[in-house]
Each structure stands twice: as structure tokens, then as C-alpha cells.
Design a protein around this ligand. Structure first.
Ligand code: CO
Length: 145
């Protein structure tokens, strides 16, 4: 595996607008993307951008709200009604190579490789094979931040 930058932390929330207001008012976030639907993953999302650092782009918090009862986030919120940390996302230079490496290590990959919220291919690895942490692997976007 070639570990890349930590791209974002996914946080499930019951109310996206309330979570955006929280990040603005409590955390002082000034750069939050417009929410959009990601029907393939059953979620509505937006990204809170943290400031860039000297040698590269800052990371993001991905706020995730369920689009329907069938959303994978619905179950999570049933267990964590106030919301909570849902997944962590690392970049890799080559998504197919990373998938093959996780498979070779016997890690359980959840579903097909698909296009994620950043428009690049992603897949998820089962938390039980990842120190209890649902892990998203995403290919580094080609264009600059
Ligand atoms: Co994510």
C-alpha cells in the first residue's frame, strides 16, 4: 500500500443544515461547499474545508446526511442519534492497485469501486478489517486542490 494524504473525515449528521450552521458558528468555518446529493451512496453531503497548510491543501470534514431510509447512514444514526464520526478517507495514487493490494491482504471491500464525492474513484474497506474504522480509499484528484 502507498498511503497518501488524509483527504477527509466523514461525519454522519441527522440534519445537514444544522451541522453547517454548527461548523460556521462554533468552529469558525468560512469555507463550506454547497450540499449535493450522492444517490449512489444514499447520502447528501457537503465539505467543510480546513485552511491550507504550508506544504499542501488542508483537509476536510465531510458532513453526511441520509437521503432515504435505505441509506447506510440511516443505520449509523439509529445507533448514534446525535451523529458521529463515520469514516476516514485516505488518498492513494492508483485506486486499482490499492484495491488489489487490500484484496491480497484479505481485507473485505464493501461494494464496487465507484465515483465518490470528489469525482474520483473510491471504495470502502470493512471496519472489522481496519482497526474498527470504516475506511474510504480514494484516488488522488489529478487537478490541484
Ligand atoms: Co467520504
Amino acid at each position: 500500500m502507498q498511503l497518501g494524504r488524509m483527504n477527509h473525515v466523514g461525519v454522519a449528521v441527522p440534519d445537514l443544515d444544522a451541522a453547517i450552521a454548527f461548523y460556521r458558528e462554533v468552529m469558525g468555518a468560512s469555507d463550506i461547499t454547497e450540499p449535493f446529493d450522492l444517490p449512489e451512496q444514499g447520502v447528501r453531503v457537503c465539505f467543510v474545508n480546513t485552511p491550507d497548510i504550508a506544504d499542501g491543501p488542508g483537509t476536510q470534514v465531510e458532513l453526511l446526511a441520509p437521503l432515504s431510509e435505505a441509506s447506510p447512514v440511516t443505520n449509523f444514526l439509529a445507533k448514534n442519534p446525535a451523529g458521529g464520526q463515520h469514516h476516514i478517507c485516505f488518498e492513494v495514487p492508483d485506486i486499482e492497485a490499492a484495491r488489489a493490494e487490500f484484496e491480497a491482504m484479505g481485507k473485505r471491500i464493501l461494494g464496487p469501486t465507484r465515483i465518490g464525492a470528489h469525482g474520483t474513484p473510491i471504495f470502502f474497506v470493512h471496519p472489522k478489517d481496519m482497526l474498527g474504522q470504516l475506511t474510504e480509499i480514494m484516488e488522488t484528484p489529478k487537478e490541484a486542490h
